[in-house]
Design a binder for this molecule. Sequence first.
Ligand code: NAP
Length: 253
Amino acid sequence: MKILILGGTTEARALAGALAGRGEFTVTLSLAGRTANPLPQAVPTRIGGFGGVEGLENYLRQEGIEALIDATHPYAAIISANAARVAERAGVPLLALRRPPWTKSEGDQWIEVATMGEAVAALGNVPRRVFLAMGRKEIEPFAAAPEHVYLVRSVDPVDPPLAVPHAIYLTARGPFSEADDRALLTRHKIDVVVAKNSGGDASYGKITAARNLHLPVILLQRPALPDVETVETVEGVVAWLDHAVTSAEARGV
Ligand code: NAP
């Protein structure tokens, strides 16, 4: 069975690792090409956009893909929508692997917002020290609030830097522990965290650190994602694929 994994997440990489060496599957992992030095993967990788819905559909047909796994990040809404449309059009079975969002625990001071623009507004006008754990594309709206001091952590350098007078940049790849994030927030005297509700463990450290330091978190709500069959774990995907292979064998395909 020829499988395409749409990746760019820890889970997609783990899934590739789980399927590598399984003789009944031929797996390709697709990355958007956002990070300059992606981690090595256990299966062959292709990098770069497909060229929208039509490009992805052509790719599936040309490569004879028989199952599509959308293991992209929960905020990667465009590629997930494209995958859903293409799967339906091309009649290719699609399964989404999505981390459940974090839910509020006692002590969390979350301010949930729908857009980064709202996150900027939620900072208010009094200068604050703000932790932004996100990349260049997402932090752009904060240039509209130059009165704050920003600590920006991203996988790749922020280039060009944000057009604000006070910003500190860190490049780092998760996972990040609660202890490390708490030390970071304390060292930089951060008084508010801005984050996406990514779910999973790798970036939860800043959420628990903020809780323990009694800091507010401005949390960007998840985008709307297509309503497709979904599992929450790598094991769930493997079980779905195993079932698909068994059913195909039973049908004599
Ligand atoms: P997006 O807004 O949903 O997608 C924008 C375009 O990027 C898509 O239309 C597609 O181009 C291309 N693309 C996205 N994922 C791709 C993939 N796995 N393989 C090939 N092309 C892909 O996505 P995004 O938010 O920019 O995220 C890009 C990548 O970073 C994704 O792989 C995602 O899993 C990963 N990531 C995103 C976030 C986040 O917060 N958004 C966080 C961590 C990792 P075409 O239309 O040309 O096909």
